[in-house]
Design a protein around this ligand. Structure first.
Ligand code: DC
Length: 202
């Protein structure tokens, strides 16, 4: 039996952490779809066009250790605005969403485009400042030398581009439940989401 949980939202709102915890709780597979775009963006650093990069993507590309950098995030957001790049990545994501045993996918367009019939749709948000603090901490722990102001600017620039693009823009599905993690600890958010999913599965 398939069961798809779609978790969308802007950068660093907490959707990755929530997705992993929810997948673990229910024993579902998890796909961080941002990694597909980050890996595509990273391949353009080596001279491929965005379309060539997306069409030649293989599983090993997702294991690169530079995918979490700020540069890879910006490159991901740029290639993600190219309709042919998005088209090249659809089949893989849709097959993942409908795999046996249940799946959690997090991204920007899961509830709107990839899995519009998902059993559960969430849209995770948090204030710009809180998102920037979380992402800054993460990057500094990885050894990046970056200021909080630069992280905030980077997130806002990326969100604006992701929300303004013509194809599959960042936006909540009409039937998504909005989870605001600004004031909530991540544990509280995870507990709330698990309760919501359990109610839908009953
Ligand atoms: O979730 P993330 O920050 O790793 O995503 C990186 C970029 O990839 C994001 O700025 C926009 C793009 N993306 C997208 O367009 N659609 C998705 N489903 C996931 C990510």
């Amino acid at each position: 039996m398939s069961f798809c949980i779609a978790i969308d939202g802007p950068a660093a709102a907490g959707k990755g952490t929530i997705s992993k915890a929810v997948a673990k709780h229910f024993g579902f597979a998890h796909l961080d779809t941002g990694l597909l775009y980050r890996a595509t963006g990273a391949k353009t650093f080596e001279g491929l066009t965005p379309i060539e990069a997306a069409e030649s993507l293989v599983a090993a590309d997702l294991d690169r250790d530079d995918l979490r950098s700020g540069d890879a995030g910006q490159a991901a957001s740029r290639v993600a605005a190219v309709p042919e790049v998005r088209a090249a990545l659809v089949d893989f994501q849709q097959a993942f969403a409908r795999r046996e045993g249940g799946a959690v996918l997090d991204g920007r367009d899961i509830g709107t485009v990839i899995c519009p019939d998902a059993e559960v749709k969430l849209y995770v948000i948090a204030s710009d400042e809180v998102r920037a603090q979380r992402r800054h901490k993460e990057l500094v722990e990885k050894g990046e030398d970056i200021t909080l102001e630069d992280v905030l600017e980077d997130l806002r620039e990326r969100d604006e581009r992701d929300a303004a693009r013509a194809t599959a823009p960042l936006k909540p599905a009409e039937d998504a439940t909005v989870i605001d993690t600004t004031e909530m600890g991540i544990e509280e958010a995870v507990a709330k989401v698990i309760a919501l999913i359990e109610a839908r599965r009953a």
